[in-house]
Ligand binder design. Structure first.
Ligand SMILES: [Zn+2]
Length: 106
């Protein structure tokens, strides 16, 4: 029993650390409410996502996303920090069309 107990303690500690990290992530996400920026291609204020957020939202790879941005299918704006921000509306439009295409193929 004495040998098992320290192991359990270690596991409990690990779980606690993981939970704290997740909570921090959630808090961070809530704090950084998606910024609104004027999208040059929409000419209106749009919710701008970071590349990572766009990749997660669209469930496509970064390479695929970059090629869509290059082809102006998905709009992007370069933030003053140098980060590429993705226009959520254009991404959603792309996803809608992609979904329709997939439906037609069936
Ligand atoms: Zn746009």
């Amino acid at each position: 029993m004495r040998l098992i107990l320290p192991n359990k303690m270690t596991n409990a500690k690990k779980i606690l650390i993981t939970t704290e990290t997740l909570e921090l992530f959630v808090v961070h996400r809530n704090a950084s409410v998606f910024p609104q920026r004027t999208c040059g291609l929409c000419s209106t204020e749009q919710t701008m996502l970071t590349l990572d957020e766009a990749v997660i939202l669209a469930a496509i790879g970064t390479r695929k996303l970059m090629s869509l941005i290059d082809g102006k299918v998905v709009h992007s704006v370069e933030a003053s920090s140098g980060h590429l921000m993705v226009c959520q509306k254009s991404l959603r439009n792309y996803l809608k069309h992609k979904h329709k295409k997939e439906m037609n193929h069936e």
